[in-house]
Design a binder for this molecule. Structure first.
Ligand code: SF4
Length: 287
Protein backbone atom coordinates (compact mmCIF):
# COMPACT_ATOMS: atom_id res chain seq x y z
CA UNK A 1 0.00 0.00 0.00
CA UNK A 2 1.28 3.45 -0.93
CA UNK A 3 2.11 5.87 1.90
CA UNK A 4 3.35 9.39 2.59
CA UNK A 5 4.80 10.92 5.74
CA UNK A 6 2.61 14.00 6.21
CA UNK A 7 3.58 17.05 8.25
CA UNK A 8 0.50 19.11 7.46
CA UNK A 9 -2.73 18.78 5.48
CA UNK A 10 -4.86 21.91 5.45
CA UNK A 11 -7.13 24.11 3.40
CA UNK A 12 -6.21 27.75 2.85
CA UNK A 13 -5.53 30.39 0.21
CA UNK A 14 -2.37 30.10 -1.83
CA UNK A 15 -0.33 33.12 -0.78
CA UNK A 16 2.51 33.03 -3.31
CA UNK A 17 3.28 32.82 -7.00
CA UNK A 18 1.03 31.92 -9.90
CA UNK A 19 -1.97 30.81 -7.85
CA UNK A 20 -1.92 33.64 -5.31
CA UNK A 21 -5.45 34.00 -3.90
CA UNK A 22 -6.70 30.61 -5.14
CA UNK A 23 -8.37 28.34 -2.54
CA UNK A 24 -6.02 25.42 -2.13
CA UNK A 25 -5.40 22.20 -0.26
CA UNK A 26 -1.83 22.01 1.03
CA UNK A 27 -0.22 18.62 1.49
CA UNK A 28 3.12 19.09 3.26
CA UNK A 29 5.33 16.02 3.06
CA UNK A 30 8.16 15.29 5.48
CA UNK A 31 11.83 15.45 4.49
CA UNK A 32 14.23 17.83 2.75
CA UNK A 33 17.74 17.61 1.31
CA UNK A 34 18.59 21.12 2.61
CA UNK A 35 18.49 22.91 5.98
CA UNK A 36 18.57 26.58 4.85
CA UNK A 37 19.90 27.71 8.24
CA UNK A 38 21.24 30.92 6.67
CA UNK A 39 17.86 32.61 6.15
CA UNK A 40 17.61 35.85 8.13
CA UNK A 41 21.21 35.57 9.37
CA UNK A 42 24.32 37.62 8.54
CA UNK A 43 26.23 35.99 5.65
CA UNK A 44 28.16 32.97 6.86
CA UNK A 45 26.21 32.56 10.11
CA UNK A 46 23.63 29.89 10.81
CA UNK A 47 20.37 30.04 12.73
CA UNK A 48 20.16 28.16 16.01
CA UNK A 49 16.40 28.67 16.58
CA UNK A 50 15.24 25.19 15.62
CA UNK A 51 17.94 23.64 17.83
CA UNK A 52 16.61 25.56 20.82
CA UNK A 53 13.07 24.38 20.01
CA UNK A 54 14.28 20.79 19.55
CA UNK A 55 15.80 20.88 23.03
CA UNK A 56 12.31 21.28 24.49
CA UNK A 57 10.55 18.96 22.01
CA UNK A 58 8.61 17.17 24.76
CA UNK A 59 6.57 20.34 25.37
CA UNK A 60 4.96 20.03 21.94
CA UNK A 61 2.30 17.42 21.41
CA UNK A 62 1.41 18.29 17.82
CA UNK A 63 2.94 20.04 14.84
CA UNK A 64 0.71 23.10 15.24
CA UNK A 65 1.98 23.71 18.79
CA UNK A 66 5.51 24.42 17.58
CA UNK A 67 6.81 28.01 17.69
CA UNK A 68 7.33 29.99 14.49
CA UNK A 69 10.90 31.03 13.76
CA UNK A 70 12.30 34.29 12.41
CA UNK A 71 15.57 32.81 11.07
CA UNK A 72 16.37 29.62 9.19
CA UNK A 73 13.76 27.51 7.41
CA UNK A 74 10.22 28.42 8.49
CA UNK A 75 9.13 24.80 7.77
CA UNK A 76 11.88 23.27 9.92
CA UNK A 77 9.62 20.69 11.54
CA UNK A 78 8.78 19.21 8.12
CA UNK A 79 12.30 17.83 7.68
CA UNK A 80 14.36 18.00 10.89
CA UNK A 81 14.43 14.36 12.13
CA UNK A 82 14.04 15.51 15.76
CA UNK A 83 10.44 16.51 14.92
CA UNK A 84 9.63 13.47 12.82
CA UNK A 85 7.23 11.93 15.32
CA UNK A 86 4.86 14.90 14.81
CA UNK A 87 4.39 13.85 11.15
CA UNK A 88 2.41 10.60 10.80
CA UNK A 89 2.85 8.10 7.96
CA UNK A 90 -0.52 7.89 6.19
CA UNK A 91 -1.83 5.76 3.34
CA UNK A 92 -2.63 7.59 0.13
CA UNK A 93 -6.21 6.30 0.48
CA UNK A 94 -6.63 7.97 3.86
CA UNK A 95 -5.03 11.18 2.58
CA UNK A 96 -7.48 11.33 -0.36
CA UNK A 97 -10.38 10.80 2.08
CA UNK A 98 -9.09 13.51 4.44
CA UNK A 99 -8.65 15.96 1.59
CA UNK A 100 -12.30 15.60 0.58
CA UNK A 101 -13.32 16.16 4.20
CA UNK A 102 -11.57 19.54 4.35
CA UNK A 103 -12.86 20.78 0.97
CA UNK A 104 -15.80 23.18 1.47
CA UNK A 105 -18.13 21.07 -0.76
CA UNK A 106 -16.54 17.71 0.17
CA UNK A 107 -15.46 17.35 -3.46
CA UNK A 108 -13.06 19.13 -5.80
CA UNK A 109 -14.50 22.17 -7.55
CA UNK A 110 -12.31 25.23 -8.16
CA UNK A 111 -9.71 24.41 -5.51
CA UNK A 112 -6.16 23.50 -6.45
CA UNK A 113 -3.77 21.07 -4.77
CA UNK A 114 -0.35 22.18 -3.53
CA UNK A 115 2.14 19.43 -2.78
CA UNK A 116 4.84 21.05 -0.69
CA UNK A 117 7.41 20.29 1.98
CA UNK A 118 10.12 20.03 3.05
CA UNK A 119 11.08 18.91 -0.42
CA UNK A 120 8.18 16.95 -1.93
CA UNK A 121 10.19 15.45 -4.82
CA UNK A 122 12.37 13.18 -2.67
CA UNK A 123 11.42 9.51 -2.30
CA UNK A 124 7.70 10.30 -2.03
CA UNK A 125 7.57 10.66 -5.83
CA UNK A 126 6.62 6.99 -6.01
CA UNK A 127 3.41 7.57 -3.99
CA UNK A 128 1.88 10.47 -5.95
CA UNK A 129 0.43 8.36 -8.81
CA UNK A 130 -1.54 6.33 -6.28
CA UNK A 131 -2.77 9.43 -4.50
CA UNK A 132 -3.76 11.27 -7.68
CA UNK A 133 -5.47 8.19 -9.16
CA UNK A 134 -7.72 7.74 -6.12
CA UNK A 135 -11.43 8.05 -7.04
CA UNK A 136 -11.81 11.00 -4.64
CA UNK A 137 -9.12 12.90 -6.59
CA UNK A 138 -10.75 12.61 -10.00
CA UNK A 139 -12.32 16.09 -9.87
CA UNK A 140 -8.97 17.77 -9.19
CA UNK A 141 -8.11 20.13 -12.05
CA UNK A 142 -4.80 21.75 -11.06
CA UNK A 143 -1.71 20.79 -9.05
CA UNK A 144 1.40 22.67 -7.96
CA UNK A 145 4.57 21.01 -6.71
CA UNK A 146 6.47 23.50 -4.54
CA UNK A 147 10.05 22.32 -4.85
CA UNK A 148 13.59 23.59 -4.32
CA UNK A 149 14.41 22.46 -7.86
CA UNK A 150 17.21 20.04 -7.08
CA UNK A 151 15.50 16.68 -7.42
CA UNK A 152 15.20 14.94 -10.78
CA UNK A 153 11.75 13.67 -11.63
CA UNK A 154 11.59 9.89 -11.72
CA UNK A 155 10.64 8.40 -15.09
CA UNK A 156 7.53 6.86 -13.53
CA UNK A 157 6.26 10.14 -12.07
CA UNK A 158 7.12 12.10 -15.17
CA UNK A 159 5.17 9.66 -17.39
CA UNK A 160 2.28 9.64 -14.95
CA UNK A 161 2.06 13.44 -14.82
CA UNK A 162 2.20 13.80 -18.60
CA UNK A 163 -0.66 11.30 -18.78
CA UNK A 164 -2.55 13.15 -16.00
CA UNK A 165 -2.41 16.41 -17.95
CA UNK A 166 -2.84 15.18 -21.53
CA UNK A 167 -4.75 11.88 -21.62
CA UNK A 168 -8.43 12.40 -22.60
CA UNK A 169 -9.43 9.63 -20.16
CA UNK A 170 -8.67 12.12 -17.33
CA UNK A 171 -10.59 14.91 -19.06
CA UNK A 172 -7.46 16.23 -20.85
CA UNK A 173 -6.63 18.93 -18.34
CA UNK A 174 -3.75 20.34 -20.43
CA UNK A 175 -0.07 20.74 -19.61
CA UNK A 176 -0.83 24.07 -17.92
CA UNK A 177 -2.79 22.25 -15.20
CA UNK A 178 0.47 21.06 -13.66
CA UNK A 179 2.83 23.63 -12.13
CA UNK A 180 6.31 23.37 -10.70
CA UNK A 181 6.92 26.34 -8.42
CA UNK A 182 10.70 26.22 -8.04
CA UNK A 183 12.08 28.12 -5.06
CA UNK A 184 15.75 27.80 -5.99
CA UNK A 185 17.93 28.60 -3.00
CA UNK A 186 20.35 31.54 -3.17
CA UNK A 187 23.47 31.82 -0.95
CA UNK A 188 21.41 33.69 1.72
CA UNK A 189 19.84 30.30 2.51
CA UNK A 190 23.23 28.97 3.58
CA UNK A 191 23.19 26.32 0.83
CA UNK A 192 26.02 26.08 -1.70
CA UNK A 193 25.35 27.52 -5.17
CA UNK A 194 26.47 24.31 -6.91
CA UNK A 195 24.00 22.25 -4.83
CA UNK A 196 21.08 24.64 -5.24
CA UNK A 197 21.14 26.05 -8.79
CA UNK A 198 20.30 23.17 -11.13
CA UNK A 199 19.19 24.36 -14.58
CA UNK A 200 19.12 20.81 -16.04
CA UNK A 201 16.71 19.60 -13.37
CA UNK A 202 14.41 22.59 -13.72
CA UNK A 203 14.38 22.40 -17.52
CA UNK A 204 13.18 18.81 -17.18
CA UNK A 205 10.24 20.01 -15.02
CA UNK A 206 9.48 22.53 -17.77
CA UNK A 207 9.15 19.66 -20.25
CA UNK A 208 6.42 18.12 -18.06
CA UNK A 209 4.47 21.13 -16.74
CA UNK A 210 4.27 24.92 -16.42
CA UNK A 211 7.35 25.92 -14.44
CA UNK A 212 8.48 29.14 -12.80
CA UNK A 213 11.33 30.24 -10.55
CA UNK A 214 10.79 32.08 -7.27
CA UNK A 215 13.69 33.70 -5.41
CA UNK A 216 13.46 34.86 -1.79
CA UNK A 217 15.09 38.28 -1.36
CA UNK A 218 16.24 40.09 1.80
CA UNK A 219 19.22 42.22 0.73
CA UNK A 220 20.76 43.86 -2.31
CA UNK A 221 23.24 40.99 -2.46
CA UNK A 222 20.30 38.52 -2.67
CA UNK A 223 18.82 40.57 -5.50
CA UNK A 224 22.14 40.47 -7.36
CA UNK A 225 22.38 36.70 -6.73
CA UNK A 226 18.84 36.25 -8.11
CA UNK A 227 19.85 38.00 -11.33
CA UNK A 228 22.97 35.83 -11.60
CA UNK A 229 20.93 32.66 -11.00
CA UNK A 230 18.36 33.78 -13.57
CA UNK A 231 21.16 34.19 -16.12
CA UNK A 232 22.40 30.65 -15.39
CA UNK A 233 18.91 29.16 -15.69
CA UNK A 234 18.35 31.01 -18.97
CA UNK A 235 21.71 29.81 -20.31
CA UNK A 236 20.63 26.28 -19.36
CA UNK A 237 17.51 26.65 -21.49
CA UNK A 238 14.90 27.66 -18.92
CA UNK A 239 12.14 29.76 -20.51
CA UNK A 240 9.54 30.26 -17.78
CA UNK A 241 8.74 33.29 -15.60
CA UNK A 242 10.88 34.45 -12.68
CA UNK A 243 9.37 35.84 -9.47
CA UNK A 244 11.08 37.74 -6.67
CA UNK A 245 9.52 37.41 -3.24
CA UNK A 246 10.40 39.26 -0.01
CA UNK A 247 11.91 37.25 2.82
CA UNK A 248 9.85 37.08 6.01
CA UNK A 249 8.04 34.33 7.83
CA UNK A 250 6.84 36.98 10.29
CA UNK A 251 5.15 40.27 9.42
CA UNK A 252 7.77 42.49 11.08
CA UNK A 253 10.51 41.12 8.80
CA UNK A 254 8.29 40.86 5.73
CA UNK A 255 7.12 44.49 5.74
CA UNK A 256 10.70 45.73 6.04
CA UNK A 257 11.53 44.96 2.44
CA UNK A 258 8.45 44.01 0.41
CA UNK A 259 8.26 47.36 -1.38
CA UNK A 260 12.00 47.38 -2.15
CA UNK A 261 11.73 43.87 -3.62
CA UNK A 262 8.70 44.90 -5.71
CA UNK A 263 10.59 47.90 -7.09
CA UNK A 264 13.67 45.83 -7.85
CA UNK A 265 11.51 43.27 -9.69
CA UNK A 266 9.87 46.04 -11.73
CA UNK A 267 13.19 47.66 -12.59
CA UNK A 268 14.54 44.36 -13.87
CA UNK A 269 11.44 43.20 -15.73
CA UNK A 270 10.82 40.32 -13.33
CA UNK A 271 7.61 39.33 -11.54
CA UNK A 272 6.88 40.13 -7.90
CA UNK A 273 5.21 37.64 -5.62
CA UNK A 274 3.60 38.60 -2.35
CA UNK A 275 3.35 36.21 0.62
CA UNK A 276 -0.31 36.69 1.46
CA UNK A 277 -0.14 34.19 4.30
CA UNK A 278 2.02 36.60 6.32
CA UNK A 279 -0.23 39.71 6.46
CA UNK A 280 -3.48 37.65 6.31
CA UNK A 281 -2.70 34.82 8.72
CA UNK A 282 0.61 35.78 10.39
CA UNK A 283 2.12 32.71 8.68
CA UNK A 284 0.66 30.44 11.39
CA UNK A 285 0.86 26.66 10.88
CA UNK A 286 -2.02 25.51 8.70
CA UNK A 287 -2.05 28.68 6.57
S1 SF4 B 1 14.50 23.80 0.79
FE1 SF4 B 1 12.64 24.72 1.66
S2 SF4 B 1 11.88 23.19 3.15
FE2 SF4 B 1 14.00 22.62 2.63
S3 SF4 B 1 15.19 23.57 4.26
FE3 SF4 B 1 15.14 25.02 2.53
S4 SF4 B 1 13.41 26.38 2.94
FE4 SF4 B 1 13.20 24.60 4.26
Amino acid sequence: MSKLKVSELFYSIQGEGRYMGVPSVFLRTFGCNFTCDGFGMPRGERSNERNIIANSITEFKQYRDLPLVTTGCDSYASWDPRFKDLSPILTTDSIAESICEILPHKEWREEHLVITGGEPLLGWQRSYPNLLSHPKMQGLKEITFETNGTQELSKDLSHYLLDWTLNPKWGKRGRDALTFSVSAKLPCSGEAWSDAIKPDVVCEYERVGYTYLKFVIATEQDAADALQATTEFRQGGFKGPVYLMPVGGVERVYTLNNRRVAEFAMNNGLRYSDRLQVPLFKNEWGT
